[in-house]
Design a binder for this molecule. Structure first.
Ligand code: NAD
Length: 352
């Protein structure tokens, strides 16, 4: 069997999950790595035994042996690198979010269509084992028509700082960073209904709370307490053409008693709670039933999800087949996220 030669661009935190998953996939060889921070690229190259190291992604793309790449850089570089990679004949797995605005998203979509190369958006939550289980229930019609979803990812002290807190590089705060996962997963499970309107609010009241003492939180490698141009929290109501709706709220900073994660979908015949663990709710013989699937990973299994995501990408590169996370879904999500920011800025509902 031919092995797929992989290049990875952006050797920061999440790159480790991509590299480990490629390393565990017998159909791939890690062939090239790039970071503008040469030390980081060299460190990863040493750890994962990668023969070619670059500090300019264009040079990596000139390597004719590289067939497929993972993009794990700051959000503001995703579109530019994706387009260059597609034009260089590479297949692309691009971390979420696809990019930071609708013009960029449409340009990437145009490049996918023109080149005919593959682009998979890094919606890793779609690849969780509990989602595969839930999909079987949904696809069998056990939940009926899903008409409502509620997604909430609350961090009370969780602004990572660095580029995450720099709107020019991130495109925004918790909405584009973690809200993208929450909205995408619900929208995907709802059957990707067409959006008709979005109404959102964003708040920047608490800042990054860098003054808080005696409480540890994740800080990006380039953390700088004085840099923060993103929202603390966002909420939104998204309405769909089929009458369904999705309510979301997400935060980096909030006076909440604890961090919390909740992802629920509700249908005519049953509902499902996905976070923190999968639970299905229905009724039988006039009695309400809570079903707790007995599975090894009832919650979001981070490592296995990345492995499943990378395996799907590799198989699509080698054999074709349906793309679980296609460019169109990346574009739609950027439209939704941008509309939430626009709605908040203009204080009105945005109609699609
Ligand atoms: N799927 C998930 O659950 C998940 C989790 C974390 C991060 N992410 C996404 O992964 C991406 C990276 O996040 P991270 O936490 O690893 O950030 P990070 O800061 O740890 O790493 C990003 C790296 O990209 C490098 N970089 C930036 N621009 C570059 C360029 N033009 N060429 C080469 N290298 C460049 C930086 O030097 C840095 O080393 C983001 O888009 C983020 O949204 C996804």
């Amino acid at each position: 069997m031919s092995e797929l030669k992989i290049g990875l661009i952006g050797a920061g935190s999440i790159s480790g999950s991509h590299l480990a998953a490629y390393q565990a996939n017998p159909k791939t060889v890690l062939w090239a790595i790039c970071d503008i921070n040469e030390e980081r690229a060299r460190e990863a190259a040493k750890k994962f035994n990668i023969p070619h190291v670059y500090t300019d992604y264009r040079k990596l793309l000139e390597n004719p042996e590289v067939q497929a790449i993972s993009i794990c850089t700051w959000n503001n570089t995703h579109a530019e690198i994706s387009i260059a990679a597609l034009k260089a004949g590479k297949n692309v797995l691009c971390e979420k979010p696809l990019c930071i605005n609708v013009d960029e998203a449409l340009s990437v979509q145009d490049a996918v269509r023109r080149t005919g190369n593959l682009l998979q958006v890094g919606y890793v939550r779609r690849f969780a084992s509990n989602i595969a289980v839930l999909r079987k229930f949904i696809d069998a019609g056990d939940l009926g028509d899903i008409y409502y979803a509620k997604a909430s990812l609350i961090r009370r002290l969780g602004n990572p700082g660095g580029w995450f807190a720099d709107k020019a590089r991130s495109g925004g705060g918790p909405l584009i960073d973690i809200g993208v996962h929450a909205i995408d997963l619900c929208w995907y499970l709802m059957g990707k209904p067409k959006v008709v309107s979005v109404s959102g609010n964003t708040y920047a009241k608490l800042g990054n709370r860098s003054h808080i003492e005696n409480y540890a939180f994740y800080k990006a490698a380039d953390y700088d307490a004085s840099l923060n141009t993103v929202e603390d929290m966002a909420n939104a109501l998204i309405r769909f053409e089929n009458g369904a709706s999705l309510m979301v709220d997400v935060s980096f900073s909030l006076h909440a008693k604890e961090n919390s994660a909740l992802l629920n979908i509700y249908g005519e015949k049953g509902g499902a709670e996905i976070e923190p663990v999968l639970s299905i709710v229905t009724e039988q013989h006039n009695t309400i039933i809570n079903i707790d699937p007995q599975i090894s990973s009832p919650g979001f299994d981070f490592e296995d999800s990345f492995q499943n995501e990378i395996n799907h990408f590799v198989d699509s590169c080698l054999n074709g087949g349906p793309n679980i996370s296609p460019i169109e879904d990346g574009v739609e999500m950027i439209k939704i996220l941008n509309a939430i920011y626009q709605s908040a800025a203009e204080g009105r509902e945005i109609r699609f």
